[in-house]
Design a protein. Structure first.
Length: 325
C-alpha cells in the first residue's frame, strides 16, 4: 500500500512539471544561473567567480552540454551588473592557462565589467595561475596568491607535431592540394621548413608583445625592462612572485575576500555568493566546485588532449598562453 502511495505522488509530481505548474530540474546543472550563498548574512554581496581548468572557447562536453568558459563568465558578470548589492568580486583562478584567444576574452570581459560596475576586483590564485591564468589576473585590482601557488610562465607556446615518419611506416601518404606554398605549413604530415618556422616565430613574437603590454597595464609598479626579464617563460612560487612584484600579497582565499571588504567598506558579515546552475548537493562554501590540478610532476588540470595537441590528428598548430612542462 505504501509503495503504491509513493508511486502515485511521483506520477502526480511529474504531471505538474509537464503541465508547467511547477519547475524542478530533473538533471543537475541545467537551467539558468542561480545565486548560492557561501557565507555571511549581510545585505552587501561579494561575488566569487571560478576560473579553473583549461582556458578555451569550447563548450564543456559530457552528459549535459554546458556553455564555454568565456560564455559562462560573461553570463555571470552580466548578471552581477544588474545586482546593486554586489559590491566586489573575487576571481578564484586555478589554471595553467589555455588558448591565446580564450585568455584574452576573459581579460577583456573582466575589464569591461569593471568599467561599468566600478567595484573592486581581486584575483585569488590557488594551485596555479600560470601563463593565461596570470594574463587573466591582470584585469584585477589586486592579486593574492596562496602560499603554495605556482604562477608566472609569461609567454607563448605553439604546439605542433611531425607525424610524417610514423605515417610512412604504416604505408599512409597524406596529400594536400593547396592554393599557395605556405597554405599547409605547420601540417603534421610534413616537416617544418626554416622559412615557415620564421613565419610562426613572428606570430608568436606578436602575441608575446601583447602579453607584455597586458602585464605592463596590470602591474604599473613594474617597468618594461623588469617585466621582459621576468617574462622568459619561467614559473615562480608565491613568495618569489611577491618579491618580484608580480603579485601583491601571499595569503589565503579568505584574505582576498577580506581585501574586498576593506576596499569597498563592507561590513564583516557581508555575503559571499556565487552563481551555479540547479541541482547542487552538499553544503556550499568558498572552496566548493573547484577544479584541482592533478596531472604532471607539478600538476596540470585535466585538459582535452585533442584540443591541446590537435596537430597530431591533423588539426594544425595552436598558439597558447599556457604552461606545459
Amino acid at each position: 500500500m505504501r509503495k503504491a502511495y509513493v508511486v502515485y505522488w511521483m506520477v502526480w509530481a511529474c504531471a505538474l512539471m509537464v503541465s508547467g505548474c511547477i519547475y524542478l530540474p530533473l538533471i543537475p546543472g541545467t537551467g539558468n544561473l542561480q545565486e548560492v550563498n557561501l557565507e555571511g548574512e549581510g545585505e552587501a554581496k561579494i561575488l566569487l567567480v571560478d576560473i579553473s581548468g583549461m582556458l578555451d572557447t569550447k563548450k564543456e562536453s559530457g552528459f549535459i552540454e554546458h556553455p564555454s568558459l568565456p560564455a559562462r563568465i560573461k553570463e555571470e558578470l552580466e548578471l552581477a551588473k544588474k545586482d546593486e548589492q554586489i559590491q566586489g568580486v573575487v576571481l578564484r583562478i586555478n589554471t595553467p592557462g589555455g588558448t591565446v584567444t580564450a585568455s584574452d576574452i576573459l581579460y577583456h570581459e573582466i575589464l569591461e565589467f569593471k568599467k561599468e560596475k566600478k567595484i573592486p576586483v581581486v584575483a585569488a590564485m590557488m594551485d596555479m595561475a600560470t601563463s593565461g591564468g596570470y594574463y587573466v589576473a591582470m584585469a584585477s585590482d589586486y592579486i593574492v596568491a596562496h602560499p603554495s601557488t605556482i604562477t608566472g610562465s609569461i609567454g607563448v607556446i605553439m604546439l605542433t607535431a611531425n607525424a610524417q615518419g610514423l605515417l610512412e611506416k604504416i604505408g599512409v601518404q597524406p596529400t594536400a592540394i593547396v592554393s599557395g606554398p605556405k597554405k599547409a605549413m605547420g601540417s603534421p604530415f610534413q616537416p617544418l621548413k626554416d622559412d615557415e618556422r620564421e613565419i610562426f616565430q613572428n606570430v608568436i613574437d606578436t602575441l608575446y608583445q601583447r602579453f607584455l603590454v597586458v602585464v605592463e597595464a596590470g602591474r604599473p609598479n613594474l617597468s618594461k625592462a623588469p617585466i621582459r626579464a621576468l617574462a622568459d617563460g619561467r614559473i615562480y612560487t608565491a613568495d618569489m612572485a611577491k618579491g618580484k612584484g608580480l603579485i601583491d600579497q601571499v595569503g589565503y582565499l579568505d584574505e582576498a575576500i577580506d581585501w574586498v571588504k576593506q576596499k569597498a567598506n563592507l561590513a564583516e558579515d557581508a555575503q559571499v555568493i556565487t552563481y551555479r546552475r540547479g541541482g547542487n548537493g552538499g553544503h556550499a562554501n568558498i572552496y566548493s566546485s573547484m577544479t584541482v590540478p592533478t596531472i604532471g610532476a607539478v600538476g596540470l588540470p585535466p585538459v582535452d588532449s585533442g584540443s591541446l595537441i590537435r596537430a597530431v590528428s591533423g588539426g594544425g598548430p595552436q598558439f597558447m598562453y599556457m604552461w606545459i612542462p
